[in-house]
Write a protein of this length. Structure first.
Length: 300
């Protein structure tokens, strides 16, 4: 027998044939069919179709050249955006045309490497989760009530997080307020990103939690994630996937389903779902980046 487990040239053909016959007969006696190692958990989803990308405008303020996360406001016709490392700890309200409507300082926060932003249950969550060299022993997520456009500052609470298996770089954050769970998806130079979860059902300012691995998504270099009426969208520099909601509308269950490809502009650093329309908005880093969107076909 060769090192790879295949029979060598001198293997008796009679023995091989007898072995094959025995397997066939064994299957025939039981009447059992060959079962794949992992049977699909559900039928393929009915994927929505989306319009070609359309630009609504460009970010007007040239100082906002490192936008790494956006989320659609739940009460105001704006997106809340935050910038990457080296920028002040602040969130900025931007309208669809890219005009800045407010800049709100986040008191009690440090922008070590802010990478994504989420909004759930009226609370904004900012993920200081970037770690290019995978060396941070702990990461932080800041939370505060969604501010009004007239606010100049807001006080934040901090949640300290550690991965169960050591540091990782990450740029995607999801928060499930209904079930009290926070998710981080890592950014890897591989064909997948790893999904981690932490319980946030009873957190207070300064609480610490452990991020535990619960799955993965088939995208490398994941840069952002968000949820909306049609499901969960996960974005990378090159591709985006929409996971239609599972029956229980839980993030983990949904991300185990079959995703639908979505053609969004390449190079997007941030993505947001507009709850009222299901449109997916993207913004890239750089000076005066476009505010692009794709719209779902309600009949698709």
């Amino acid at each position: 027998m060769h090192a790879d487990g295949t029979p060598g040239a001198g293997a008796p053909l009679g023995l091989l044939a007898a072995g094959i016959l025995a397997l066939v007969l064994a299957g025939g006696c039981t009447g059992a069919a060959v079962i794949p190692a992992e049977a699909p958990s559900s039928s393929p989803p009915r994927c929505p179709s989306y319009s070609p990308p359309r630009s609504d405008g460009r970010v007007r303020d040239a100082r906002l050249d490192e936008i790494s996360g956006i989320v659609a406001s739940s009460t105001q016709d704006v997106f809340w955006a935050q910038e990457d490392s080296g920028n002040p700890p602040a969130v900025v309200a931007i309208d669809h045309a890219g005009r800045v409507k407010a800049t709100v300082a986040v008191q009690g926060a440090v922008n070590h490497d802010w990478e994504d932003i989420a909004l759930a249950g009226g609370t904004v969550w900012v993920g200081d989760i970037g770690d290019n060299d995978a060396e941070r022993l702990g990461i932080q997520v800041y939370s505060f009530p969604e501010p009004a456009l007239t606010a100049s500052s807001v006080a934040a609470s901090v949640l300290n997080l550690r991965y169960e298996d050591g540091p990782h770089d990450a740029e995607a954050l999801l928060v499930d307020a209904d079930h009290g769970v926070l998710y981080v998806i890592t950014k890897l130079f591989r064909r997948y990103g790893v999904v981690y979860r932490a319980d946030i059902s009873s957190v207070e300012d300064g609480s610490s939690r452990t991020l535990r691995r619960v799955g993965k998504v088939p995208l490398g270099l994941v840069t952002a994630a968000d949820s909306g009426p049609q499901g969960i969208v996960v974005d990378s520099y090159f591709d985006a996937l929409l996971y239609p909601w599972s029956g229980d509308r839980r993030v983990e269950t949904t991300l185990r389903g079959t995703p639908c490809p979505v053609a969004v502009p390449a190079g997007a650093e941030a993505i947001a779902v507009e709850a009222s329309t299901g449109r997916l908005f993207t913004i890239a880093e750089g000076v005066h980046p476009p505010v692009d969107h794709v719209a779902p076909d309600v009949g698709g």
